[in-house]
Ligand binder design. Sequence first.
Ligand code: GDP
Length: 426
Amino acid sequence: MSVTAVVGANWGDEGKGKITDFLAQDTEWVVRYQGGSNAGHTIVNEWGKVVLHLLPSGVFYPHVKNVIGPGVAVNLGTLIRELDDLQALGVSTPKLFVSDRAEIVLPVHLLLDRLEEERLGARQFGSTRSGIAPFYADKALKIGVRIADLFLPERLSDRLRRSLELKNILFVHGYHQPPVDPAALLSALQADASRIAPYVADTTALLQQAVSRGERILLEGQLGALRDPDHGIYPFTTSSSPLAGYASVGAGIPPYAIRRIIAVTKAYSTCVGAGPFVTELLGVGGQTLRDWGGDGGEYGATTGRPRRVGWFDAVATRYGAAIQGATEIALTNLDVLSHWEEIPLAVGYRIDGKVQTEFPNPARLDDAEPIWETLRGWQTDISAIRDYRALPGAARDYVERVEDLLGIPVRLVSVGPRREQMLAKS
Ligand code: GDP
């Protein structure tokens, strides 16, 4: 099976970066297919702890070809900064291909994102303010600027003019801001264009050829299934589809080529931003889980915001894994649960007094209460264990209960942030 998707089963931040980095050692291509720099993938390897926002997680391997596909929202400044940061770390220049069909996140998208969240005040969505929603809105309106346009001066200035026509009316009369000058935007883009020119390619053709040669390709999802605009917790969703099904579109490869779909889920839950979160743990319990979670606490990789935390939600995760079409599960952060004597997990929801195990329409989520099952903890450090069978019995019981509840085999279990802290489960 040559094409594998690594995707999130939950709200994002499941540890996809770590899983992709781990699997990338045996792959030829790593591809980002949607989203932009609005989320971070944290990787801990021989270079230390690195957070990637836009670059694919294969950039640490000199043999891996990394692709930013047509479906990605490309912030040129972020891309250049991440490349510079890698160079400063001493990582050899990655083999990177940026699709000439990908569209560019313009500074005006960031500005619109911020102004709109400020206007909404208490009703804001909790956007990372990376310009992603205004970017995808422009794409739908067909007034975006694409990478290929950067190298065609007349076309670029025409595209910018069209893009700014309506926005400037909104800036001046809606947000009471000065208008944006297309000439200033044009020269900034041209400066960035010269930096990324060596990486620009027809990645669709490259990947089609790679598929036909049977090369190994990893498709790296951003955020998680519950953020999907169609299937997720709308309106607290993102603006592009994080589903494995969309990977075919956003990367430009045949849908039937994706044979292995790894849904990544944490052994507990985290969620950044606003929206319903049925198993949320508040107060001291929540702060403890936040402090002991992830790698040095559950704080957003992009914004540094405290992540909302809660126990594992089998209802939401089974749904998330199903809409991903998961063929297997990678369970991360199991080590975090080592502190507790007893570990609750939600096995159903109660809505209007009725118990259900199917994920409801998001319009009903605010009324859902979790139905808990409690498993015994193991209260011993498991982060140095490298063989699944060597885990304490209670830890294996936990993994196998998750597997039962999801109805999908768990194949990878992560017991720490570092690359080597990974157990294979047959
Ligand atoms: P992604 O966007 O899905 O790649 O996830 P993030 O990088 O935003 O968040 C995952 C967090 O969990 C990061 O801080 C990782 O370093 C950390 N992490 C990943 N796997 C493990 C694990 O098994 N144990 C612990 N303790 N931390 C992990």
